[in-house]
Write a protein that binds this ligand. Sequence first.
Ligand SMILES: C[S@@+](CC[C@H](N)C(=O)[O-])C[C@H]1O[C@@H](n2cnc3c(N)ncnc32)[C@H](O)[C@@H]1O
Length: 398
Amino acid sequence: MGIPEFLVKTKEKIKRSEANKFKSKFACSSVCFSLLRQTKGRIRSFCMCDTQFLNDDESTKNLARKVADHYSARTNQTLEEREASPIIHLKKLNNWIKSVLIQLYARRTDFVLDLACGKGGDLIKWDKAKVGYYVGIDIAEGSIEDCRTRYNGDADHHQRRKKFTFPARLICGDCFEVRLDKVLEDDAPFDICSCQFAMHYSWSTEARARRALANVSALLRPGGIFIGTMPDANVIIKKLREVEGLAFGNSVYWIRFDEEYSQKKFKASSPFGIKYKFHLEDAVDCPEWVVPFHVFKSLAEEYDLELVFVKNSHEFVDEYLKKPEFAELMQRLGALGDGNQDLSTLSEDEWEVAYLYLAFVLRKRGQPDGNRRSNNNKGNKGQTQISKEDIMYISSKV
Ligand SMILES: C[S@@+](CC[C@H](N)C(=O)[O-])C[C@H]1O[C@@H](n2cnc3c(N)ncnc32)[C@H](O)[C@@H]1O
């Protein structure tokens, strides 16, 4: 299956512009942990926060809440509603990108940590990879509940499917604020960590960005893999500089920066907290933050996470669509039609949205332990049927 002509043309636009010349400077910050309370019964509730950053920020927390409320309020769609979405092909394309990442890096029996797991949209992908154990965390209560019903196979709008083969555990909390190494002490180390379309929500402050990476690093085994997708700052800033005002977009999305960025200049010394409002039809409507990738890369290195690759989504599609197994998967998912009767394909506007994102892979430094732990000892951890009471709620409020 060839790439549609417009895809080929747009691919040529992928030139890393000089537009973004952020340089990073970091102040070192350590983080402390406080376990404030534990409630009785099976609903466990903890409070874990970075206390030296508390003064910074009611507003940061309010924004994190705003993001959580936005996602929580998004109800599960029926199959018909999903197919009628103006960005259905983009959703399928994004699912293909995530599937490829998972197929490339997940191994049979792996322990998976899914940060910002949402409604569990990747559960089937992990199942196909035959992973051994899954922990999903998300800040949005509604999404975790949807993830639970999907895992249990109760989501009536989904095709009836056999149960997932791996045990799982679900946690509701802010994974960019809370120290997860304590919460997941008994589950770690993980072989693979995934953070899909969410890492940028950690970039509101340096403390949160550091907490996100510290969590990933602390929970991955040496040699473990961190896969993810997030907005491509180079593309966003380039687009911002190409328009006259502070907003740009097309029929399915818009991005708007505040007046404080009217000069369209960004201080190298402040690569965090560069906020914009993002609207994507039928998907997103909340504040997001620019993540200058070279800052992300150097910060990740501080936490022993080394870059394996980063690719803009266009480049990613171009490269992996050449591989027959992934071309076949694309056909099955139908992002570009099915190659037969279904001639529908993603629109130019959806393809432009894909260009706003990148995919990355990082590896935790160190040699994998030859004596890999037996997975059997996790049998009593996750469950294969998760009740509401099994969900752990972690609070970052004081
Ligand atoms: C675009 S959705 C992606 C969901 C899922 N990863 C996927 O690919 O289907 C972004 C998710 O990030 C979650 N999120 C945002 N900020 C978070 C935080 N601080 N901690 C945990 N989850 C967060 C949202 O609740 C939402 O479910």
